[in-house]
Design a protein around this ligand. Structure first.
Ligand SMILES: CC(C)(COP(=O)(O)OP(=O)(O)OC[C@H]1O[C@@H](n2cnc3c(N)ncnc32)[C@H](O)[C@@H]1OP(=O)(O)O)[C@@H](O)C(=O)NCCC(=O)NCCS
Length: 186
């Protein structure tokens, strides 16, 4: 078996294409390691999109057209403490800062064996959308995510490796998710 190909911001476009989920897109073959995320793409993502609740983007392998991963994006706002605002040099009298949230993110298991860095590449693409498509029409300073540590504690390390930090406000000892943010501009 060949060693996995490393995917980066520089070569991702050579291997993958990003495409918005559409009615009729066959998604049944997608399977990731957590059933809930497999089922979401197969059963709920299209409804959420039609209801304007989440927009889902598919990452297709150019070679096979297979769905290597997906992410669902939603508008968000993150509440920061005074110390957190200082950290990001945000000198405003309000707590709430506009953001783009990664509502769901998953990579198909077969593609995780073939490639390294697909999840990271999806995060890069979410940042690219925030910086280059949403901006300048609407402001989004952060990428946010609720890291689903209930299903897999390792996702905390995955997001930390990608530059996300836990938010003070929504991080508690007994939470099933950890609210995190990534500053898109510093
Ligand atoms: C989490 C997920 C999206 C990561 O995708 P991926 O393509 O495997 O991640 P990458 O290859 O970009 O990994 C980047 C780094 O994070 C690490 N990492 C990735 N997933 C990890 C996990 N679950 N636990 C611990 N470390 C992880 C990788 O080892 C890698 O580290 P390195 O740079 O030191 O080699 C994928 O495992 C997945 O689909 N999981 C099921 C759904 C899920 O949990 N989604 C997130 C919900 S919030």
């Amino acid at each position: 078996m060949n060693p996995p190909v490393g995917i980066t911001e520089d070569n991702g476009d050579a291997y993958f294409i990003i495409e918005r989920l559409a009615a009729g897109t066959p998604v049944w073959a997608f399977e990731c390691r957590i059933g809930e995320y497999t089922d979401y793409l197969r059963e709920n993502a299209l409804h959420a999109q039609a209801d304007h609740v989440a927009q889902t983007w598919l990452l297709r392998e150019r070679e096979s057209c297979g769905i290597a991963g997906y992410m669902s994006l939603i508008a968000d706002a993150v509440k920061l403490s005074t110390a957190e605002k200082e950290l990001h040099k945000l000198d405003y009298p309000f707590k709430t800062i506009p953001s783009l949230k990664i509502g769901k993110l998953a990579v198909a298991e077969v593609f995780r064996q073939k490639y390294r860095g697909v999840g990271t590449y999806l995060i890069y693409l979410a940042g690219h959308i925030a910086r280059n498509s949403i901006n300048p029409y609407c402001a989004a300073r952060f990428l946010t995510v609720d890291a689903d540590v209930e299903h897999d504690e390792g996702v905390l390390a995955f997001y930390q490796k990608n530059g996300f930090a836990p938010n003070a406000e929504l991080t508690g000892k007994y939470r099933k998710t950890i609210s995190m943010r990534l500053d898109l501009y510093i």
